[in-house]
Design a protein around this ligand. Structure first.
Ligand SMILES: [Zn+2]
Length: 141
């Protein structure tokens, strides 16, 4: 594992490598996602990288009509809304991300507690290239 600082920039770099990485406090084992350099539980500063399994359950969600600029570039917006959700990972931490695999025109079909799997979406090209975390409904759900 390369030595990287425990911050959002490294988190993003790992996303571009299609890895979902958090940091774990070496003292009290608390997991942070995105990673943090210091533990807010015990104030320990010794962190190690942990790759998350990427499986979790939907805790909350909303349909986004007013998209962020990155999402507008990806083709989302008022005419093409998307789900944004908070996912409780089986590994412990929660993270917010786009939810794929359900129709935002029928939000009642998306259920709290639905099992999800992390996917990595590459958008843009060249220097504009960036990878985004999203979660997809598991097949058969
Ligand atoms: Zn700690």
């Amino acid at each position: 594992m390369p030595e990287r600082e425990f911050n959002n920039e490294s988190f993003q770099t790992f996303l571009s490598e299609h890895k979902l990485m958090g940091s774990r406090c070496a003292t009290c084992n608390t997991l942070y996602l995105p990673p943090r350099p210091m533990c807010s539980n015990c104030f320990g500063e010794t962190m190690t990288w942990v790759e998350m399994g990427g499986r979790g359950k939907l805790r909350a969600f909303t349909v986004v009509h007013i998209a962020t600029s990155a999402m507008i570039e990806a083709g989302y917006g008022r005419e093409n809304p998307y789900f944004s959700g908070i996912v409780n990972l089986d590994d412990g931490p929660s993270i917010s991300a786009q939810i794929l695999g359900a129709d935002p025109a029928q939000p009642e079909q998306l259920k709290i507690g639905t099992p999800l799997s992390a996917v990595f979406i590459d958008r843009g090209e060249g220097e504009e290239a960036r990878s985004f975390l999203a979660f997809e409904l598991k097949s058969g759900q």
